[in-house]
Design a protein around this ligand. Sequence first.
Ligand SMILES: [Fe+2]
Length: 254
Amino acid sequence: MFDNMIDIHSHTLWGVDDGSRSLDETMDMCFCSEDSGTGILFVTPHLIYWDSVEELYDRREEKVQILEETLDEQGSSLIIKKGFEILCDDEIFNIKHFKPYTLNGSRYVLIEFDFGKTSEEDVASWCNYLQSFGLVPVIAHPERYGFVHNDPTCINRLSDNGVLFQINAGSPAGAFGDREMQISCQMINRGFADFIGSDAHRINIRNTNMAFYIERYPDAVDMELVRKAAVINPKVILEDLQYIPKREKYLAGL
Ligand SMILES: [Fe+2]
């Protein structure tokens, strides 16, 4: 499919969240990633509890070091980058320092929310707060949220306010359901899929093989825009550069 993909969202690190459960599983996920065309893999554990965030941060550092040494010993050339997937709720208004928790220490911060309870207004206020620190919010899998299913045009408004989007590689292939497929395909074709990530949690289910899903996208999906989201756009995160999205056309209310 594509070479040199940059997967900005995975739960590949073992024992830090509901993702990988062992170093062996992590290694299998890394080899799967590399074999399917990913050159750079972000490990982005869920950041849910701010009262134990320093402990989580230290565990991530320790395990990434072990992972990098093990990959090196086994001759892998996969590059690991670090981030978190921050679960936003009103508690973030108590947090003043986000930089240690961004993607690769950049201005880009990967965020998620409760799937059912969250409203567009909630998301707009959390994103405004993050932006007040000079950060750029990247919403993980927008196609999976109830508030987006109810009114996909909220993506247009969030985008107009400087928010970016990472769709899950499996969504346009139907791995999460029809609604997720419909919204994510439209997001790609209208220029709203800034990044694509595996959001891999395991080796056997929703794994790090993004190419497997990309090969199964409907014919109507613009593969050049998929390539940009998987290979080109994530470079701005690696280099902490400004990114100005090119939206083709507003999303329609489905
Ligand atoms: Fe995730």
